[in-house]
Design a binder for this molecule. Structure first.
Ligand SMILES: Cc1cc2nc3c(=O)[nH]c(=O)nc-3n(C[C@H](O)[C@H](O)[C@H](O)COP(=O)(O)O)c2cc1C
Length: 159
């Protein structure tokens, strides 16, 4: 799959099969995240890879309130010091696109209670959870979502 195909075919997946992710594929996803650029190459993001059912369930029940997340065999919390959302976002995009290439589904999760998520995952002082991403084999094939036309988005040279 080339990059454009991964970009065009990625969907938010909210239903997952009960099927584990092979370790070498998970390692590749984590490497794709590691290779993401960051401002001044400061690399402020850290990843909590949650596979333990008890911790996953506690995170979802207490902090996320979106039950489908717990179906995914792996949930990755991208963490960083406050003010690094843009670095976290590019890391998550690398993850979601590499996952697409590997035939895996993902969903960005930003709607969660940050303090509770940090507590459940045992984050140190000065770190917060920026984005939570369930990763697993999709049990659904959502239709493409709508996007604005290029003509509605672009201003050439000046607005
Ligand atoms: C910053 C951001 C936050 C999001 N937060 C959530 C979320 O908390 N829960 C959820 O189910 N989907 C969430 N999504 C997924 C979006 O709803 C989804 O990407 C959007 O509807 C477009 O659909 P598509 O990804 O299938 O193209 C989020 C996406 C982004 C980029």
């Amino acid at each position: 799959m080339n990059v454009f195909d991964a970009i065009a075919s990625r969907r938010a997946i909210r239903s997952y099969l009960d099927k584990p992710i092979p370790k070498e594929i998970l390692d590749k996803l984590l490497t794709a995240m590691r290779l993401a650029p960051s401002g001044n190459n400061k690399q402020p993001c850290r990843y909590v890879v949650i596979q333990d059912e008890k911790i996953k369930s506690e995170l979802v029940t207490k902090a996320c309130h979106q039950e489908f997340i717990a179906q995914a065999p792996v949930v990755i919390a991208v963490c960083c010091p406050p003010g690094n959302d843009i670095n976290a976002a590019i890391t998550v995009d690398h993850l979601t696109l590499q996952a697409t290439e590997e035939g895996l589904g993902t969903c960005w999760i930003r709607w969660f209670e940050k303090d509770i998520a940090a507590q459940v995952l045992g984050l140190p002082e000065g770190m917060e959870v920026a984005v939570i991403v369930p990763v697993g084999y999709a049990a659904e094939q959502p239709e493409p979502t709508e996007r604005l036309e290029l003509a509605e988005l672009i201003h050439y040279d000046r607005w």
